[in-house]
Design a protein around this ligand. Structure first.
Ligand code: FES
Length: 94
């Protein structure tokens, strides 16, 4: 079942089921930090305000309470997230 992802101070969208949350945010053109994309570095973390995720791989990075790693999780319910620094869109380069 499709779940709605709401970005605080941003917008809501329905990600494709097979995408990680990071990939889904990128597809929506949201600017978000990442490095390893494999759950090691912790740089892709956002605050989970409401809802649930399931991890596609076990993350190695320490995840503080209330945070999730977007590179290795998928929505498990409708959810609300807060991106550090706010919801910014990527600049298109053409
Ligand atoms: S990008 Fe490194 S943990 Fe997600």
């Amino acid at each position: 079942m499709a779940h709605i992802v709401k970005i605080l101070e941003g917008f809501s969208f329905i990600p494709r089921k097979e995408l990680t949350l990071l990939e889904a945010l990128e597809q929506e053109n949201v600017s978000i930090d990442y490095q390893c994309r494999e759950g090691f570095c912790g740089s892709c973390q956002v605050t989970l305000v409401a809802g649930e995720v399931s991890y596609t791989t076990d993350p190695i990075a320490f995840i503080p309470e209330g945070k999730i790693l977007t590179c290795c999780c998928q929505p498990n319910s409708d959810m609300t997230i807060e991106i550090p620094g706010g919801c910014k869109m990527k600049q298109r380069s053409s």
